[in-house]
Design a protein around this ligand. Structure first.
Ligand SMILES: [Zn+2]
Ligand SMILES: [Zn+2]
Length: 114
């Protein structure tokens, strides 16, 4: 790792900085900076990021994702259940039912005409 000359750690003024935090842009010593998901972050930014992520997971993310998954499953089940039932029921019967309905509707229309 290339040392940054004339730069000193934000937390330790007597220590030489070895890296810059890409999040806050300050320079830090080896002790104050750590790698997180392939990125270098200072302790403060790392903590802020961690609490942000875990807080989001606790309050929203997990709960919403779970609810969405259950809702999706129920919806899928309902669709397949209804489709399966209508397919199992004799198609001719449902066709006759629709035909009769349309026929009676037409009858009503005919009757209403002057
Ligand atoms: Zn930082
Ligand atoms: Zn330091």
């Amino acid at each position: 790792m290339a040392a940054l000359p004339h730069k000193h750690c934000e937390n330790h003024p007597h220590r030489e900085a070895v890296a810059r935090c890409p999040s806050c842009g300050s320079d830090y010593c080896r002790e104050c900076i750590s790698e997180h998901e392939g990125r270098l972050l200072c302790a403060a930014c790392l903590r802020a990021r961690f609490t942000e992520v875990s807080g989001a997971k606790r309050s929203w993310g997990g709960l919403r994702r779970g609810a969405e998954a259950i809702f999706g499953l129920v919806l899928l089940w309902a669709v397949f259940y209804t489709a399966g039932r209508s397919l199992v029921a004799t198609p001719t019967a449902s066709h006759e039912y629709i035909f009769n309905n349309v026929a009676s509707m037409l009858d009503v229309l005919d009757e209403e005409e002057p």
